[in-house]
Design a protein around this ligand. Structure first.
Ligand code: 13P
Ligand code: SF4
Length: 299
């Protein structure tokens, strides 16, 4: 399958983008692998005719919004991030009525429709910097309560109202599970994604996006790490650091939606050019404003 994918990729002038949570076989053959922010920036700059985006739906949608003339294909149209939908109908309008200087800050893990109603997008690697850079005092942070609380702690000068969405995968990681790993590996550093619950963040030595966790593990002298995020990051962590050991809380966190990006699904979409992401022009125009604002502020 790998040989066939590489051949088709060349014939059709396609590139493959993959998130760190996708299966290792897909990460191995992708042209670009990264966190959400890196992949959004890359997607915007792609010149090839076809982008095969291996991730979840909001990632493919963001690629299409940022690079509208390209054909964006996703290996499985049902691969979705449940958190992307977790903002109650009418909530944004209600908050806008309450605060007239409100900025709606939207985690990129959100539907295109939510991005349309927001002022700026953020990812876990630029949220603090972006919120700090906004002039507005009042911020409504959607959809993730955990990333929202993490940002609020780093930016105490703002009034940050936090929506109640969450990632079902990261929310399952408990402080008890982390302490159990700590008992087994007392010298291990705890590296955590900000989508985890507050109690887990409090036990952590470092908090960051998937790419930031990977960079941190590579840059420090420690030899053992407890990784509080989805298990897909382990392939890059072990490739980069053959002399270091990585442990995950038990049960090991696994995003089933990300795992729908199988080699077979990649091959099928490349061969048949199916599962194309379609966004209407009006949605694209409005959602692009908040994505472009993120790219501008994060620069
Ligand atoms: P990153 O931007 O850190 O890669 O996170 C994306 C994600 O979906 C985390 O669950
Ligand atoms: Fe969404 Fe959580 Fe999966 Fe990330 S790990 S894509 S936030 S469900």
């Amino acid at each position: 399958m790998k040989t066939e994918i590489l051949k088709l990729k060349k014939e059709k002038n396609a590139v493959i983008l993959a998130h760190y949570y996708t299966p290792s076989a897909v990460q191995e053959l992708a042209d670009y692998v990264g966190d959400s922010f890196y992949l959004a920036k890359i997607a915007k700059s792609i010149e090839a005719d076809i982008i095969v985006f291996c991730g979840v739906r909001f990632m493919g949608e963001s690629a299409k919004i940022l690079n509208f003339n390209k054909k964006v294909l996703v290996p499985d149209l049902t691969a979705d991030c449940p958190m992307a939908h977790m903002v109650a109908e009418g909530k944004i309008a209600e908050m806008r009525r309450k605060y007239n200087d409100l900025a709606v800050v939207c985690y990129i893990n959100s539907t295109a429709e939510l991005k349309c109603q927001s002022d700026v997008c953020v990812t876990s690697s630029n949220a603090v910097k972006t919120v700090k850079a906004l002039k507005n005092k009042n911020i409504f942070f959607i959809p993730d309560k955990n990333l929202g609380s993490f940002v609020a702690k780093q930016v105490p000068e703002k009034n940050i109202i936090i929506n109640d969405g969450f990632c079902p995968i990261h929310a399952k990681i408990t402080a008890g599970q982390v302490l159990t790993e700590k008992d087994k590996h007392p010298d291990a550093l705890v590296l955590t994604h900000p989508e985890c619950e507050k109690e887990v963040l409090e036990l952590s030595d470092f908090i960051g996006s998937t790419a930031e966790l990977i960079d941190y593990a590579k840059g420090v002298d420690a030899k053992e790490f407890i990784i509080c995020t989805e298990e897909g990051v382990s392939c890059r962590l072990t490739d980069d650091n053959p002399d270091k050991k990585f442990f995950f809380p038990e049960p090991c966190p696994c995003c089933v939606d990300m795992k729908l990006n199988s080699l077979k699904a990649v091959l099928d979409v490349l061969k048949n050019e199916t599962n194309e992401i379609k966004i209407d022009e009006e949605t694209r125009r409005r959602a692009m404003l908040s994505l472009d604002k993120m790219l501008e502020l994060a620069r």
